[in-house]
Design a protein around this ligand. Sequence first.
Ligand code: GRF
Length: 217
Amino acid sequence: MLNLGVLASGRGSNFQAIIDAINSGYLKAEIKVLITDNPNAYAIERARRHGIEYLIMLPKDYPSKDDYYRAIAEELKRRGVDLVILAGFMRVVKRPLIDAYPMRIMNIHPALLPSFPGLHGQKQAVDYGVKISGCTVHFVDEGVDTGPIIIQAAVPVYDDDTEESLSERILRQEHRIFPYAIRLFAEGRLSVEGRIVRIKDHPKEESHFTNPPVEGI
Ligand code: GRF
């Protein structure tokens, strides 16, 4: 059984999607702990409701960022966590955690990386005027949203979209691809060579869409 540790700072809808995927039997894993840096995170309520242990760990309680991430890594290791899930954890994780879990930390980002990294990926996409955006699950390295990409989902961006309307459309895909990425890991189907994530036996489908749809050809 794959043991997960989830780090989240807010609402926790991705955390919930992972809980639901486990409860339905889609994902064979167990969430050992939720760690949050925000005492008001709604993710805490979700953990309570599902009987998942949670820890509130605040950076200000540690002498340095490195100490903070070292402490997080220790809590995760103590609980036998194999894979760390960043589900809306609004911080750039530092070396001590990355070294403790090399290519064992997954993050979800609300844009098609390497476009629009950092904060407000959805707003960046709307402001830029791209016609397609989406979301990305990737392994975490020391950069900001730079690690090897596992899976991406594309959605159309309409000219009357707002940050909110695009965020909702992207979020629906986040809730599909994050559990799936974790499932691929749980099934031992992911390997990483440099920047490339290889997925064993993955179906190749030439699915495509354009936005706007091409009329007449
Ligand atoms: C999501 O948009 C995710 O892509 C980003 O932070 C947001 C978290 O949402 N990293 P939630 O807390 O999972 O609802």
